[in-house]
Each structure stands twice: as structure tokens, then as C-alpha cells.
Design a protein around this ligand. Structure first.
Ligand SMILES: Nc1ncnc2c1ncn2[C@@H]1O[C@H](COP(=O)(O)OP(=O)(O)OP(=O)(O)O)[C@@H](O)[C@H]1O
Length: 614
């Protein structure tokens, strides 16, 4: 999430139920794959041609056997024809299989690229609420591992699938012309192997596989979290506790893996045995011996069964090996589709333009989950242009949730948020973000130059505009001290402190120059300069509509309107002096804050600031 607005309206809008942050519909990956269909068909056809041509050397050996073993002088023509046939088949197989594999991998690269692009687009326009509820490890897995898991689907599986039918079919037809009874016997290993397949597809086994995937996801996430938090954990000596999540995930994984292996190993072993060359040869030899000793088949006819019998099982074995990959690819595609289905918040069919910059909340209700508790419970609020409104209230009272509704991170579950008389849902998001910017606590700067970070919302801003925003945000001097000034790349050439990052975010909001500003006063990175930057911002923006989550008494005292939230409801609102005079909840809150500041001030040997006389 960027600290100021950088959210572009998605080109495609997917309707979502009521615009709740969780609304999503899996979408088909068909349209993404369709442009690649012709290349895909070529890959499959080449693979099939290669597979069938691969039978030619076997036919050649059979023919050679017949030529060499038949009584009388050897027919050299017959021998050489067989040799040439075998060599040609081998060559054709090499060419087509190689071409199919090469094309398949190029195609796979293209498909993965378009999937990743589409995922990036989808994530880029996903409601911030949806993103903040997903663990970063999970999303990284979808864009990285899940897209990579599509590989067998594109490059191998379809060709192998078709070959697995075509190759045995050609062999079967040939064998049937020789001895249909022995043909049926030769099929026994294949039938036995195929009989195992349903055992791999039982609901219990699918569930075990899903558990396995989920456990893998948990391990990935807990590793990321553990590594990210390792410094804090070490400093506070809580490594045991932090380890616990990871260890629990690892323990769970071992249990689930054991169950998964137990379920699959017996079936896999049975399949492998059925398809193993010794077993196939044994079956063919027993059947052939019976046929030959009973005088129904000449001994030389056993040769095609011995050779092609092995060929019959090879594609089935390949399918068996590819089965897990294909199933994994199928599940990966499911997760990819889910992310692709994250719609942007619904965009209006006929956007309306706000009349002015008055913000109004009418009976706003909000819950993060459909069946979750209401975090905002009927909030009515009027923010007039040219006024500063301070939201105060205890932790968890819904302040952040409330201010996030203005830049439309979420849509309210009931009621409406209006800008200039128009419901935010009826305003084109580009228009909305031209009017509303925000500086929240969770500052995210881009790995880009300082200037680009400041001018994020106004890419064509002049150098002077960027500099004056930076001056107002009290970050100009610091930027000038950087190795390459405004061209210094944040995160690469310089690491900024939390307070500095916050001031860049403030400069960004000032450069955006929007008539409505939403600001969460920093508590985490509060340093005197950031403090000053916030105060300067608030004083230069007096002609705007400003909504601030206020943590400082000065800000609260300066506000035109104070809104006291408690448990998702506005319990008091009015001018700060009036509210103090009422001696209600706000007054009590004020006193608590004041004594906290006094303690702090005393601790620092400072002077208490914060009385309301202005
Ligand atoms: N992404 C989320 N998903 C589910 N519940 C959430 C989410 N964010 C906040 N909440 C819940 O909503 C309620 C209000 O939280 P919110 O952050 O808006 O309060 P706040 O007044 O800003 O608190 P603080 O001053 O501590 O930041 C809390 O009960 C919180 O647990």
C-alpha cells in the first residue's frame, strides 16, 4: 500500500457483491491461453508424430527378427529396408520430439509471462482491503510457484496424454493382426496399472493433497514471517515463541506429509510393479509360451509382443509420473484463477462528478467479513471544505477503518460516503484520486528515485513543484544531502528512517495537491521534524477538507471539529472547546491524553503543551 494515492482505476471492472473487500469470483484462464492455441496444437501434434515415429525402430527390429530367423538364406533387401525404416523412424522421432519440446518450452515461457502480467494487473487493482487480508507469502506463491507449476500442463501433459492413447493404439492394431489372444494377455499389465488410477483420485486423497498444499503454504508464510521478524525477536529474546509458529507449521507438515505419503505409496508401488519391464516381460513370456507350446503361434511371433508390450506400458508410465504434476498444475491454476478473479472495486457505469469537496458519511456501517462484527455502526459525519476534522478515540474504536473509507479502500457495507454530493461508488476512481490523497501510518515507498516517489500522483510535476513539496514536508535538506539528491533511488542507494519515509509520503500528498486529504498522524515514527511536517501540512491545507486521526493534543486543539469514536460509533462531536465544556467522554479522553503528555514531558524535562486556550 502506498502512503499517498497511487491507485489507478483498473481498466476492467469486475462486479463484486456490494463491494465488500472479500468479493471475488474465480475467472477462467481461457482468454489468456486462447491466443496460444495454434502453437499449443503444433506442440501436441509434433509430440504425437514423434511418439508414433518412435515405434518404427521397434517394428524394424521385429522385421529384422523375422528376416534373420526365417528358414533359408537371409533376404538382404528385407533386412536393409527394416534398418532404413528403423533409422528413419528414429530420426523423425528425434526431430519432432525435439521441436515439440523446444516449442513447448517457448510457449510455456509465454504463457507464464502473460499469467504473471495478468496476476500483477489483478493484484494492482485489487481492493487494498483484500490485499491486506492475504499473507504476502501466499500471494508470492501464486505469482511464483503456482505459475511455474503450470509448466507440465503446457509443455508436457497434453502431448503425453494424446501419445498415451495413440501409441498403444497403433501397437495394439499391429499386435491384433498377429495374435489377438496374446494381445489381450499383453494388455494385463496396462489394465492393472490403469486400475490403480481411481485410487489416486478419491476424495480422501484429494483432501490429503489439499492439506499437503495448505501445509506447504503455511510453512512458506511462517518462514517469511520468522525471517522478517528475526531482528525484533532476537532483541526481545522471544525467539522460542517466534519459533513456535514455524515449528508448529513444520510439525503439522510432517504429520500431513506422512498421511499423504502413506496414502500414495502403496498405490504408486502397485502401479510401478504393474508397469515394470520385468513384470510385463513375464506376463508376455508366460502367455507366449502357452500359445507357442499349444502350437497356435510360431515362436518368432513372440518377438513383437516382447518389444511392443513394453512400449504399451511406457506412455501409461509417463502419464502416471505426470499425474501428480498435472494435479498440482490443476490446483495451481485454481489459485491463479482466484487471484485473477479479484475484481477492482466496482466502477460506475455512468460516473458522476462531485459538485464540491464536502465529504459526508451517512449512516455508514462496515464489517470486514460478511459474518464478522460491525466495526463501524451507523456513522454520520459532515466534513466541510476548509475545515480540519480530528478523529479521536480509543484503540480499536474504528478510526483507521473510518478514514480508509474516504480513499475507497473499502466500500461501506451499508450507508454511503459522499464527496460533493456524489456517492464514492458513482465517482470514477481516477477522479476520486484526483480529489483525495492520504498519508497513512503504513508508509510504503517505491524502489524509485526520491523525485519519482514524491511525484507519484503527478508524474508531470516540475522539479520546482517536487522541491517545494519536499520543503513543506521538511525533507528537502535531507534529500539534498543524499548522494544524488532527488535522483537517489530509495531502497537501493539510501535507506530512509521511518520518520523520513513518512515525510516523503507527506511531500507526496502535498505534491498531489488534492482538495481532500486523509492523514494518520504518525505515532510510530514521531520525531520533531516529522511532527513539524505534519503541523505544517495541516496549516498549509486549511482551505482543504482534512480528516486526520489525531494523536497530538495540538492537532486536536487546532481542529474545527473533533469526532470521538467509541466502539464504531460517534459518541461525541463538536468544537474541541465545546466538547471540553460538556465534560463528557471527549473531556475524559483529553485529560488522559494530557496526563500522558505531561508524564512524557516530565520524563524529558520539557514543558507541558496542550492547553486549549488559543
Ligand atoms: N483488516 C482487518 N480485518 C478484520 N478486522 C479488522 C481489520 N482491520 C481492523 N480490524 C478490526 O476493526 C476494529 C477497528 O480497527 P481500527 O484499526 O479501525 O481501529 P483504530 O481505532 O484505528 O485502532 P488503533 O488506534 O489501534 O489504530 C478492530 O476491532 C480491529 O480488530
Amino acid at each position: 500500500m502506498s502512503a499517498t494515492h497511487s491507485v489507478e482505476a483498473g481498466e476492467q471492472s469486475t462486479p463484486s457483491s456490494g463491494g465488500t473487500p472479500t468479493a471475488r469470483q474465480p475467472v477462467s484462464t481461457g482468454p489468456l491461453l486462447r491466443p496460444h492455441a495454434p502453437s499449443f496444437a503444433v506442440v501436441v501434434v509434433f509430440q504425437v508424430i514423434g511418439a508414433v515415429a518412435g515405434l518404427a525402430p521397434l517394428f524394424a527390429v521385429i522385421e529384422l527378427g523375422r528376416a534373420l530367423l526365417s528358414p533359408g538364406p537371409v533376404d538382404s533387401n528385407r533386412v536393409w529396408t527394416a534398418v532404413i525404416l528403423g533409422a528413419t523412424g528414429l530420426f523423425v522421432r528425434l526431430v519432432f520430439t525435439g521441436a515439440s519440446s523446444g516449442l513447448g518450452h517457448v510457449l510455456d515461457g509465454k504463457v507464464q509471462l502473460s499469467l504473471r502480467r495478468e496476476l500483477a494487473r489483478s493484484l494492482g487493482q485489487a481492493p487494498i482491503g483484500w490485499l491486506s487480508r492475504r499473507r504476502s507469502g501466499e500471494l508470492a506463491k501464486v505469482v511464483g510457484d503456482d505459475v511455474a507449476a503450470v509448466h507440465p500442463f503446457i509443455a508436457h501433459a497434453p502431448g503425453e496424454l494424446v501419445s498415451a492413447f495413440v501409441v498403444p493404439l497403433v501397437s495394439l492394431v499391429y499386435l491384433l493382426t498377429i495374435d489377438w489372444r496374446l494381445t489381450l494377455i499383453t494388455l494385463i499389465p496396462v489394465v492393472l496399472a490403469i486400475a490403480h488410477v481411481p485410487l489416486l483420485m478419491t476424495p480422501a486423497r484429494n483432501r490429503a493433497q489439499e492439506d499437503f498444499d495448505a501445509a506447504m503454504g503455511r510453512i512458506a508464510t511462517s518462514v517469511v514471517e520468522f525471517v522478517q521478524g528475526i531482528a525484533v525477536v532476537k532483541a526481545f529474546g522471544g525467539s522460542e515463541r517466534a519459533h513456535r509458529t514455524f515449528l508448529t507449521a513444520a510439525d503439522d507438515f510432517v504429520d500431513i506429509f506422512t498421511r499423504w505419503v502413506r496414502g500414495v505409496s502403496a498405490v504408486a508401488a502397485g502401479m510401478q510393479l504393474a508397469l515394470s519391464p520385468p513384470f510385463v516381460l513375464l506376463v508376455v513370456l508366460i502367455g507366449g509360451t502357452v500359445r507357442i507350446t499349444s502350437g497356435d503361434m510360431p515362436p518368432v511371433d513372440l518377438l513383437p509382443f516382447l518389444l511392443l508390450g513394453l512400449g504399451l506400458t511406457a506412455p501409461v508410465a509417463a502419464l502416471g509420473h505426470g499425474f501428480d504434476d498435472m494435479q498440482a498444475a490443476g490446483r495451481a491454476v485454481g489459485r491463479i484463477r482466484e487471484v485473477l478473479g479479484v475484481g477492482a472495486l466496482p466502477q460506475p457505469a455512468r460516473p458522476a462528478v462531485p459538485q464540491d469537496n464536502r465529504v459526508e458519511l451517512r449512516d455508514v456501517r462496515f464489517s470486514y467479513d460478511d459474518d464478522g462484527p460491525e466495526v463501524l455502526r451507523g456513522v454520520d459525519l459532515l466534513l466541510e471544505p476548509g475545515t480540519l476534522t480530528a478523529v479521536v478515540g480509543p484503540s480499536g474504536s474504528g478510526k483507521s477503518t473510518l478514514v480508509q473509507l474516504l480513499p475507497r479502500f473499502f466500500d461501506p457495507t451499508a450507508g454511503s460516503v459522499r464527496l460533493g454530493g456524489v456517492d464514492l461508488r458513482d465517482i470514477d476512481s481516477r477522479e476520486l484520486y484526483r480529489r483525495v490523497s492520504f498519508v497513512l501510518q503504513d508508509v510504503r515507498l517505491l524502489r524509485a528515485s526520491v523525485a519519482d516517489n514524491i511525484a507519484l500522483a503527478v508524474p508531470h510535476a516540475t522539479g520546482d513543484e517536487v522541491t517545494s513539496a519536499a520543503r513543506l514536508a521538511h525533507i528537502h535538506d535531507r534529500v539534498m544531502a543524499l548522494p544524488r539528491g532527488y535522483d537517489t533511488v530509495i531502497g537501493e542507494e539510501v535507506k530512509l528512517s521511518g520518520g523520513e519515509a513518512q515525510r516523503i509520503a507527506i511531500a507526496r500528498a502535498l505534491a498531489a495537491d488534492t482538495p481532500v486529504l486523509v492523514l494518520d498522524e504518525a505515532t510510530a515514527f514521531a520525531d520533531p521534524q516529522t511532527d513539524q511536517a505534519v503541523r505544517q501540512t495541516l496549516s498549509t491545507l486549511r482551505d482543504r477538507t482534512v480528516l486526520v486521526i489525531a494523536h497530538r493534543l495540538e492537532t486536536i486543539a487546532d481542529a474545527d471539529l473533533v469526532v470521538m469514536l467509541e466502539d464504531g460509533m460517534v459518541v461525541e462531536q463538536g468544537r474541541p472547546t465545546d466538547l471540553l465544556a460538556q465534560d463528557g467522554k471527549f473531556a475524559a479522553f483529553w485529560r488522559t491524553q494530557q496526563s500522558a503528555v505531561a508524564d512524557d514531558s516530565e520524563a524529558r524535562g520539557g514543558v507541558l503543551q496542550g492547553d486549549l486556550s488559543r
